[in-house]
Design a protein. Structure first.
Ligand SMILES: Cc1cc2nc3c(=O)[nH]c(=O)nc-3n(C[C@H](O)[C@H](O)[C@H](O)COP(=O)(O)O)c2cc1C
Length: 223
């Protein structure tokens, strides 16, 4: 597999098969991902791998809390406003995902059902809880975390394992702290659901739009 193939074919998986992923496979992925770059080689990341009964307890508690309508209280604030162009893309994604699931935009009950499957981590048998030292300023450390998380997702893809980076997995950090025994001096910043993808599911097959290069690149001099 080439890097190009992994980069362009990796996609967010929103329906997993329940089948367990061998621990050796996850360890191989994480071991290789350590080569990701970081500010001054500080390697600020730390991962808690949730699986089995602790994951099932979290999944149930997360679903229950979301179904009660409790607002998220993440340890890294979620964006609340976007420049128009970005807002448009966000709205587009929502339409595409609901469309792939055959859910009409006005069908609130089915939309709510989808959010509950999200709270249940789309059935993934593993959740990687990505943490940073609480004392660290988040800006550059989040940059580092992004680099290693993408590296993990690409290495997982190479192993036939699907991934979904999930802000929705860390909306109730107290539940994760309890399930995974995460100390208070760690900031829970992101979740990554991992597992074998259901390759037949429409929600894992829709075309993913990307902005054209001209929208994001400005050449100054050269070519
Ligand atoms: C920081 C971050 C948080 C995300 N959180 C969620 C999430 O909570 N739920 C979800 O379904 N997808 C989530 N995603 C996946 C994005 O929607 C996805 O990466 C984007 O639509 C591009 O699609 P692709 O990953 O299939 O290429 C998240 C991605 C990132 C980078």
């Amino acid at each position: 597999m080439t890097v190009t193939e992994a980069v362009t074919h990796r996609r967010s998986i929103r329906k997993f098969k329940g089948e367990a992923v061998p621990r050796e496979t996850v360890e191989r992925i994480l071991d290789r991902a350590r080569w990701a770059p970081s500010w001054g080689n500080t390697q600020p990341w730390e991962f808690f791998v949730l699986a089995g009964p602790p994951l099932e307890s979290f999944r149930a508690a997360n679903r229950q809390r979301l179904s009660r309508g409790v607002p998220f209280s993440p340890e890294v604030p979620m964006p609340e406003a976007w420049p128009d162009r970005l807002k448009g893309r966000y709205g587009e994604l929502g339409k595409i995902v609901l469309g792939a699931l055959g859910i009409e935009r006005g069908d609130k009950a089915s939309r709510g059902g989808f959010y509950l499957t999200m709270a249940e981590l789309f059935g993934a048998p593993l959740l990687l809880v990505c943490c940073l030292p609480r004392a660290l300023r988040v800006e550059y450390a989040l940059f580092d975390m992004g680099l290693i998380v993408q590296t993990i997702c690409l290495l997982a893809y190479e192993e036939g394992i699907g991934s979904c980076v999930m802000a929705a997995a860390v909306g109730y950090p107290d539940l994760l702290r309890e399930a995974a025994g995460i100390p208070d001096d760690r900031r829970i910043v992101m979740g990554v659901a991992l597992g074998y993808p259901d390759t037949e599911a429409g929600v894992n097959n829709f075309p993913r739009p990307r902005a054209p290069l001209a929208e994001l690149v400005t050449w100054v001099g050269g070519g």
